[in-house]
Ligand binder design. Structure first.
Ligand SMILES: Cc1cc2nc3c(=O)[nH]c(=O)nc-3n(C[C@H](O)[C@H](O)[C@H](O)COP(=O)(O)OP(=O)(O)OC[C@H]3O[C@@H](n4cnc5c(N)ncnc54)[C@H](O)[C@@H]3O)c2cc1C
Length: 377
């Protein structure tokens, strides 16, 4: 039976970053994925994700982002793949809005270059945005777009170069805990000193067999692309990534002449039955937003794609050892903001495997926040 130092279950961005870091640290690592790669059934597919250093309310992620930013650049160099497009991140709100105030605090604290943009200046710099006169903009110069598909394949390719093995189209059916863990899949059985479970939206289906019932909710996100009325207005040279209210917007990037604008919310789903839910209200909400705030766009989406967030009640990640079996490590609940942090998530999950001192305080990401003492294993 094949024996590994670590088996990582789930080849999304978090599992791929973890497997890569483990292999780079000399660990014989197997990365198992249920679907043939690449696939579009989880949370890490598609061509773009927003990145930025500042975090309005969760300073621990801003601290991690400073290193993530460096690690993305390192991955670009190692893979020779261009991943980061530095077009900026514009937050819009009233000066009293806690989101704006906390974003400014975070930018100042972490020494990130930014501009405060008055409403008049928003109108002259970004005439393609229509926001209320009471609002201001904060442009975070560290922000921009990560090429998601390319980032995922960069981690997987570099993982293989460091000696790692990827077996795709091979779902894990059972994990049998012990000093040596047995991992049974649809095709084979493996033994390993450590298992890392990074199964994204499938976490709530996977963990009960290991005695864990964590309050996570997979939700379906509709990814809408809206055609420019006049070609070039929202080009990446003129327009940053943009957040106002609960909709986020990206300049024309993946599909020529199309802006990506999506609601940061959606209905709860079963990841194996993802599309069996009505999302008309999501489309209608973004449609109204586009009519009001992005007047240079057609108001019917040209293309709609689908992705899944896995939400925790407090929107904090889960990065921890299994409470009972310390050689089983869990990375989950990335709550719609985990992509940009993946290189640091990979580093932290690897540190849990290697029993090294953690680079960051993970108190807020611990599993026991969901386990009252009587339920602890
Ligand atoms: C539309 C959208 C926009 C987003 N925008 C941003 C953004 O702008 N910035 C940002 O930072 N983050 C963003 N995110 C969030 C980010 O993409 C996710 O947090 C991240 O991709 C989560 O990755 P993951 O590896 O945990 O999950 P996944 O990518 O879902 O990976 C889990 C993998 O595990 C596999 N798996 C499951 N069960 C098994 C099994 N039994 N055996 C083997 N394999 C299994 C699955 O098939 C899957 O490939 C966005 C997400 C979405 C959906």
């Amino acid at each position: 039976m094949a024996m590994y130092d670590a088996v990582v279950i789930g080849a999304g961005i978090e599992g791929s970053a973890t497997a890569y870091t483990l292999a780079k640290n000399g660990q014989r690592t197997l990365l198992l994925e249920q679907f043939p790669l690449p696939h579009s059934r989880g949370s890490s597919h598609g061509q773009s994700r927003i990145t930025r250093i500042a975090y309005a309310s969760d300073d621990h992620y801003a601290v991690m982002m400073k290193e993530a930013h460096v690690l993305w650049r390192d991955l670009e160099r190692e893979s020779c793949i261009n991943i980061f497009e530095n077009c900026g991140y514009l937050s819009v709100g009233t000066p009293e809005d806690p989101f704006i105030k906390d974003t400014l605090t975070s930018l100042r604290k972490h020494g990130v270059k930014y501009d405060i943009i008055s409403h008049n200046d928003i109108k002259s710099r970004y005439p393609m945005i229509n926001v209320p006169a009471s609002t201001i903009g904060v442009l975070d110069h560290s922000g921009g777009i990560l090429r998601a598909d390319k980032a995922l394949s960069a981690f997987q390719e570099c993982f293989k170069r460091h000696g790692g093995t990827i077996n795709d189209g091979e779902p894990v059916l059972q994990v049998i805990p012990g000093d040596v863990v047995t991992v049974k899949t649809s095709k084979s059985t493996y033994q390993t000193s450590h298992v890392v479970i990074t199964v994204g939206p499938w976490t709530t289906k996977f963990l009960p067999s290991l005695g864990l019932h964590l309050p996570m909710k997979p939700i379906r996100i509709s990814v809408h692309y809206w055609k420019e009325k006049w070609r070039g207005q929202y080009s990446i040279q003129k327009f940053p990534t943009f957040m106002y209210g609960s909709v986020y917007v990206m300049p024309c990037f993946e599909y020529p002449g199309h802006v990506k604008a999506c609601l940061h919310d959606g209905p709860e789903i079963d990841p194996d039955d993802r599309d069996a839910v009505n999302t008309n209200y999501v489309t209608e909400t973004v449609q109204k937003y586009v009519s009001e705030h992005l007047p240079g766009l057609e108001t019917v989406p040209s293309v709609t794609e689908t992705c899944i967030y896995t939400m925790t009640p407090d929107k904090q990640f889960i990065l921890d050892n299994h409470p009972r079996w310390k050689n089983i490590i869990i990375g989950a609940g990335f709550s719609g903001h985990g992509f940009k942090l993946a290189p640091v998530v990979g580093k932290l999950l690897s540190e849990l495997v290697l029993r090294r001192q953690l680079s960051y305080d993970l108190t807020k990401c611990r599993i026991d926040r969901f386990l009252p003492p009587k339920h602890q294993l």
